[in-house]
Design a protein around this ligand. Structure first.
Ligand SMILES: [Zn+2]
Length: 371
């Protein structure tokens, strides 16, 4: 395959500012040549403006796309939104989920996203009956990403309970594998491809009982696969966790060996100072959605804490990470609803661009992408 050359008026090469006159050579899916301060060759494809690396969407639930525009229904809360989400989950099939996900991923591709982390928990058929091909829905998502032209990390999600000491019921039955060992057995049958990698997720401390957490974490750690977990998106989760276990969700994850450099905590909205310290010292990455909680569109989902303050909280975790390990991964962006991230919000484009590109890719297990 011949090398294709692109000439960018400006490109962001990881420095504090964009670099002028950048020549890129691309062989297949890899950048193999890079030169800056050069004149534009006549045979190079001309990229005007500023060229960025591919963006990583660190956190997607593709089927939530069907709910867009409904989250502002009068009187709605996170919990009524969740009922709407269950109604969608109840009717999807592998074929319809492929169609929905392919369209969703195509929208991501058009927005500049080249890799998606799909937090996937819709595993089984109606009433929880396994499909003959037990990973039919996960395979549909992998195929959808391939056909939309983006990479995917399928973060196959362990989801066992409807809450602390609550059974799965109704549409939730499609999420469950019974226990973490059965989850691991099913997930081990999934195969990565050139465009797809397999990772793990713990839905939340609500949905995975404490005595099952280590099994999921060990599965990911043994394979050096990314491990993601929803963490403290809602104050109610913190309160229920304290009532059940006498500690915060972050402390519970720390005690069960879930945190670490291969782990990404999603949302991490309502943290204590001690939680931030635990996340930072363990080298855990934070994945945050710039519109959850900050913007009006999804305000119900994460409370009303200002996004900027939460960004400051994540920075604190990132700073602690930097001081204690050599890891360069700190924060990954997630957004299926607003893109690109508002660089102007903080006046620190390199940190945000790293989160949206190389750090996000690393969080998804593609440490050689996004740069
Ligand atoms: Zn989520």
């Amino acid at each position: 395959v011949p090398v294709t050359r692109f000439f960018a008026d400006y490109a962001w090469l990881g420095e504090d500012t964009a670099t002028a006159g950048v020549l890129l050579g691309v062989d297949g899916e890899r950048i193999v040549e890079l030169a800056s301060g050069v004149d534009r060759p006549v045979d190079a494809v001309h990229l005007r403006g500023v060229t960025l690396p591919g963006l990583a969407n660190g956190h997607s639930h593709a089927f939530h796309r069907a709910l867009r525009g409904r989250t502002h229904r009068a009187g709605g809360t996170f919990w009524t939104w969740r009922e709407d989400m269950y109604a969608v989950a109840a009717v999807l099939t592998p074929d319809s989920y492929y169609d929905l996900a392919r369209a969703t991923y195509a929208e991501m591709a058009l927005a500049g996203i080249t890799c998606v982390g799909e937090f996937h928990y819709l595993h089984h058929g109606p009433d929880g009956a396994p499909y003959a091909e037990v990973n039919a829905l996960g395979e549909a998502l992998i195929a959808a990403a391939r056909d939309a032209g983006i990479r995917i990390t399928l973060l196959d999600t362990c989801y066992l309970a409807g809450g602390f000491d609550q059974q799965l019921q109704g549409p939730q039955l499609r999420f469950g594998d019974g226990d973490a060992a059965a989850w691991a057995h099913r997930v081990s049958a999934l195969q990565g491809t050139e465009h797809a990698r397999i990772g793990a997720a713990i839905h939340s401390v609500r949905a995975v009982p404490a005595d099952q957490l280590k099994t999921v974490a060990a599965w990911a750690q043994d394979r050096r696969a990314p491990l993601h977990v929803h963490l403290s998106e809602q104050r109610a989760e913190n309160e229920a966790c304290r009532a059940a276990h006498g500690r915060t969700p972050t402390q519970l994850l720390a005690d069960e060996d879930v945190l670490g450099p291969g782990t990404t905590a999603v949302h991490a909205t309502h943290l204590t100072g001690g939680d931030i310290d635990l996340l930072g010292r363990s080298g855990t990455t934070i994945c945050m959605c710039p519109t959850t909680g900050a913007g009006p569109r999804r305000r119900h989902r994460a409370g009303s804490s200002p996004g900027r303050r939460r960004l400051a909280g994540c920075r604190s975790a990132a700073t602690a990470t930097r001081s204690s390990t050599s890891s360069r991964r700190h924060a990954a962006w997630s957004s299926t609803s607003a893109w690109p991230p508002s660089v102007a919000a903080t006046g620190r484009p390199p940190a945000l661009l790293r989160a949206a590109t190389c750090d996000g890719h690393a969080s998804l297990g593609w440490s050689d992408a996004g740069a």
